[in-house]
Design a binder for this molecule. Structure first.
Ligand SMILES: [Zn+2]
Length: 254
């Protein structure tokens, strides 16, 4: 199997329906007999280049400069990729199970000061991570027991083994599974009782988040989902995974 974009770029496989057997038209576009799409391979190739820059985490500004394209067009395309990732995760998320770490963290605002729960001007994000597996994230309006538990019920299997810190919002978790509370710093590196996995995800996401300056707060959910997707596919061929997601969930531009 050819992984990546080559089979689409060269017109071996239809971008829209994945069928083989495209025909070339006189105006240099291709035509798919299966789904009857007509499109330009040149445009598709350019789009896939933009996606490649996105995959490499090159800024929209730099991507526009290097490809000689309009910045606004690229910025818009990048946002469409993030929207596609969001739609994909809403569609495709299977419940986490087994050993699960849950934790909340804060994004944005001033970097120094105002740390901790309820921090002013920061955005609370809830994260649930299956050990040696995937993470699920949600931007939340508050970190009440009710809010967090709703996400846990929706995204994890009942009877899982949960690890959290001693925050009061987790107090009812024992009704839903086995609940282990981790006292911070004292248990670091000792045995199973830790939340190092989800903390690792927060560092992964924040390192990337800080590279973007001044993300509009209303776009946080898109960026957080992007980080979730990158983290969950960090051991995969991420570019190939992105192509799959963008093919299915991004607006058709070609
Ligand atoms: Zn087709």
């Amino acid at each position: 199997m050819v992984v990546g974009s080559a089979m689409y770029e060269h017109g071996r496989k239809c971008w829209f329906c994945c069928s083989y057997g495209l025909s070339r038209l006189r105006d240099k576009r291709v035509w798919c007999s299966a789904c009857r799409s007509k499109y330009s391979l040149r445009k598709l190739k350019r789009d896939l280049k933009v996606l490649y820059y996105f995959y490499l985490e090159v800024s929209a500004r730099k991507c526009a400069r290097e490809l000689g394209l309009n910045y606004k067009t690229i910025a818009k395309r990048y946002m469409q990729y993030r929207e596609a990732i969001l739609r994909y995760s809403e569609n495709d998320f299977k419940k986490l199970h087994g050993k699960i770490e849950a934790d909340e963290s804060y994004f944005g605002g001033k970097r120094k000061g105002n740390r901790g729960r309820g921090a002013f001007n920061k955005q609370a994000v809830f994260g649930i991570l299956e050990r040696n597996g995937r993470v699920y994230t949600a931007v939340v309006e508050n970190v009440s027991a009710k809010t967090l538990f709703n996400h846990i019920k929706k995204k994890t299997r009942k009877g899982s083994v949960f690890y959290t810190d001693c925050f009061k919002s987790y107090k009812d978790l024992k009704q839903y599974g086995k609940h282990n509370r981790v006292k911070h710093s004292k248990t670091f590196g000792k045995g199973h009782n830790h939340i190092n996995g989800i903390e690792g995800f927060w560092s992964f996401a924040k390192e990337r988040f800080h590279k973007y300056h001044g993300i509009n707060k209303q776009n946080y959910p898109l960026y957080i989902k992007e980080m979730e997707f990158r983290f969950n596919n960090r051991k995969e061929n991420l570019y190939a995974r992105l192509i799959g997601v963008i093919r299915q969930f991004a607006p058709k531009n070609t």
